[in-house]
Write a protein that binds this ligand. Structure first.
Ligand code: AQP
Length: 359
């Protein structure tokens, strides 16, 4: 930066966050759970946007392994799945040398701040979280305390970095609203203007990709039916077969979006096509007006294979070198920690907890 009157290099403004001084719009934090079966919904709802946003924001992309253990995980699988998610970030175009890619448990400030937020968030707020109700179902007495407190840890993931924006799918909107409530309550309780009020970034034509077996249910890693989702590790034949077998009705495609009302399975496939082709759903329906699914599904399968195959291939190349992935995660964690540590130290100071450690 130069001073326009003197031509001399201007002194950096000490009050600006470092990303603002670099001309960036804000700081992003987003995470994905290493719970296996990374799918098209995770890609279109979140991971694809990670790479798209990286030129305008300082980005931290996190494999949230502490969230994963809110439900039982096989220890042998957790590490492999953590590496798989990190590979997906990189294969989808995230630049691991410029952006920060790491796993949550390597940065202790997430858990430290989560405890504080457990004491800020109210029971009533947590009880209203629809994801908890969906996941706990009728079994709420037997699920882990961690599953209930999950949104407070998610708020900590975001606010440990004072992140300004969080790219997520539609299903996470309520958790971001809770993060905003926690930030506001902390600021009010301690009479500080410390945490930012984070904005969700919910972008694209497929912010809520639905199951291929039931267009009223979210596509999900934990759905017992593998036919319900396109996994990022599926090969071209499997992708084509899954789209061919996707549940639809017997009607041809309508000529406008209104004609899709009451047809959730058809609506889902149109949205997925639109997102993959970077078109609007209106443009897709205009192109395929009157077409039978026998025509539309193979076109969708071809498009999905063309878009996903390069990512799948890159992911499997990256996963052949687990030591390199671990190196990237470790380096990312050190950079993440350098941002989070002073922020969480300030939080302890605001609360009145003594910080006199000699290290
Ligand atoms: N179906 C979806 N459509 C669009 N976006 C989605 N996301 C998840 N499912 C869809 C987005 O993907 C990111 C990572 O999600 P996650 O793994 O942290 O947790 P989740 O939302 O609970 O995803 P799953 O696939 O449904 O996992 P399970 O079955 O383990 O609960 C988030 O940004 C999410 O919005």
């Amino acid at each position: 930066m130069t001073d326009t009157t003197t031509g001399a290099a201007a002194a950096p403004n000490p009050h600006l966050p470092p990303y603002a001084a670099r001309g960036l719009k804000g700081r992003i934090l987003s995470g994905v759970q290493p719970t296996g079966n990374l799918h098209l919904g995770n890609y279109l709802g979140a991971i694809r946007n990670f790479a798209r946003l990286q030129n305008d924001y300082e980005c931290l992309y996190c494999v949230v392994d502490q969230h994963a253990i809110t439900v039982p995980q096989d220890p042998r699988m957790l590490a492999a799945q953590t590496r798989e998610i990190a590979s997906a970030f990189l294969a989808a175009g995230v630049d691991g040398t410029k952006q920060i890619v790491f796993n949550q448990s390597m940065v202790p400030e997430h858990a430290q701040l989560a405890w504080i937020f457990n004491c800020v968030a109210r029971m009533g707020w947590m009880s209203r979280m629809t994801q908890f109700k969906d996941k706990a179902g009728k079994n709420s007495e037997n699920v882990s305390l961690g599953l209930y407190a999950y949104p407070a840890l998610m708020a900590a993931d975001i606010l440990a970095y004072k992140a300004t924006h969080v790219p997520v799918g539609e299903d996470q909107k309520q958790h971001i609203e809770l993060t905003r409530d926690i930030a506001l309550k902390f600021n009010n309780d301690y009479k500080v203007n410390f945490f930012p009020i984070t904005e969700p970034v919910i972008e694209g034509a497929a912010t809520r990709v639905m199951s291929l077996r039931d267009g009223t249910k979210k596509m999900s890693k934990s759905d017992p039916s593998d036919q319900s989702r396109i996994n990022l590790t599926d090969d071209a034949d499997t992708i084509a077969k899954k789209f061919r077998k996707a549940k639809t009705d017997a009607e041809p495609l309508p000529s406008d979006l209104e004609g899709l009302s009451g047809r959730p399975d058809a609506r889902n496939l149109i949205n997925v096509y639109a997102a993959l082709a970077d078109m609007t759903p209106e443009a897709v329906i205009t192109e395929y007006a009157g077409a039978q699914f026998g025509t539309f599904k193979p076109a969708l399968a071809d498009l999905a294979v063309a878009k996903l195959s390069p990512i799948t291939i890159k992911m499997s190349q990256l996963m052949q070198d687990p030591a390199e992935i671990d190196r990237i995660l470790g380096e990312g964690a050190a950079r993440a920690d350098a941002i989070a540590r002073p922020i969480v130290d300030q939080v302890y100071d605001i609360i009145g907890m003594i910080r006199s450690r000699p290290f």
